[in-house]
Design a protein around this ligand. Sequence first.
Ligand code: BG6
Length: 505
Amino acid sequence: MSALERGKSLIRDTLSFEEMSEEITNVFVVLGASGDLAHKKIYPTLWDLYKNDLLPKGVVIIGYARSGITVDTIREKSTKHMKLKDVNPETVDEFWKINIYCKGSYDSDKDFKNLNEVIENSAPSKKTNRLFYLALPPSVFVPVTQCLHSQCMSKSGWNRVIVEKPFGHDLNSSNELSKHLNSLFSESQLYRIDHYLGKEMVQNLITLRFANPIFSRTWSRDNIASVTITFKEPFGTQGRGGYFDEFGIIRDVMQNHLLQVLSLVAMERPNSTSPEDIRNEKVKVLKCMPPIVLEDTVVGQYVGDPQQEGDAKLGYLDDPTVPKGSVTPTFAVCVAKINNERWDGVPFFLKCGKALNERKAEVRIQYKDAAGDIFSGETKRNELVIRVQPGEAVYLKLMMKTPGMRFDIHETELDLSYNDRYKDAVLPDAYERLILDVFVGSQMHFVRSDELAEAWRIFTPLLHELEAKKIPPIPYAYGSRGPQEADDMIYKHGFKFYGTYKWVK
Ligand code: BG6
């Protein structure tokens, strides 16, 4: 059996019998089937699961949107995002045959009644499980969920609803939305996606921390000087600036992806690895965080670099879909604090930006200086780095004697790069794991409503202040490291950067 086959069968073994049973038809409804998210992520993910034989038998996929399109239109738009290498074209045709398209508006009970009939007619078995993916703009969340609830609920199987961010715009709007959703569905039916929770190295944080005393015993203010959680992208908004401008980088990446990672890095040991025990601990640590303040924040916005080619010539404000003079940040660094016994005084730097010098997402734990120096000030701080992407890795930067006759010391690393160590490993895409989790009913990697409320509590005052005062973001060149002021701020809070370490491959 090939490594891929082994990986797939392992995953298949974890699927419960009920979901795979032919007695029940599982119906996956994509609401917003004509949109970008559906073409770029949802259909390609369903295809990956289908091709790897990871979808329940007899599954039916129904796309729903307002446009008068067909399955062929969806196929045409999704194809360039699908992994089709070495695939038999017949398998692709078979995948599209399990798809149906249903046109309807987002606020008409009549149209959703029709959707319900389409679901019923498409399911050969009496029992149906229904999974509704809301790939929709927030403006229609409320009417769509109301109509779904009144017209489309399965009476014979389960109903689950996947919601994509933005979950509101600030604490109030998010609470309103949660109140609305909770009035229709139970928490166990709601799956709020944060796709960073589906990434291998993010899922690995719990094991790394709690299965290794060497880390768990050093994991506190006694040893750790700072924690940096970074997200960098080397491209700008690429014509999606109009959409991005309503949110900005703090809402787009920091308040959700980075804060989710922070909560896994900082939480206390859960009672078990059950979803509720883990989510309880995540909420607890978020509750120890005061709101982030403007003084501990640097925001930036990229400008074009005339020296470069293509997209890099254009700044954020050159994107025709961005309102003139917008002060929306495309880069931000914030210093988050956790007022509890473990972390008091340890800064958590959250850093994210678009149009930067590289693609990178990582967690960097910087340890304190070695006490009682006997190396003439030559020692550099240890760092444990968990690289989420690209190229999953965990490495520990440390000091060693320079090999040979010399007795001086130098920086090196213990390196666990997945490409070298786990050559055969199959690392599914985040969306693949998460959609599969919804089928099997595991909420471990989804955001609970109280976590969400805490996340907004931490960021809302800052967001409101930035907006009310129209704080101008600091310009930075496309393809740069971001504004110098951001580095200066983290140095001021104690991060040490030596500029001497070299990753040797
Ligand atoms: C999304 C953001 O949630 O995450 C995008 O809205 C960002 O702006 C994307 O590009 C990054 O995801 P990934 O998986 O490519 O790191």
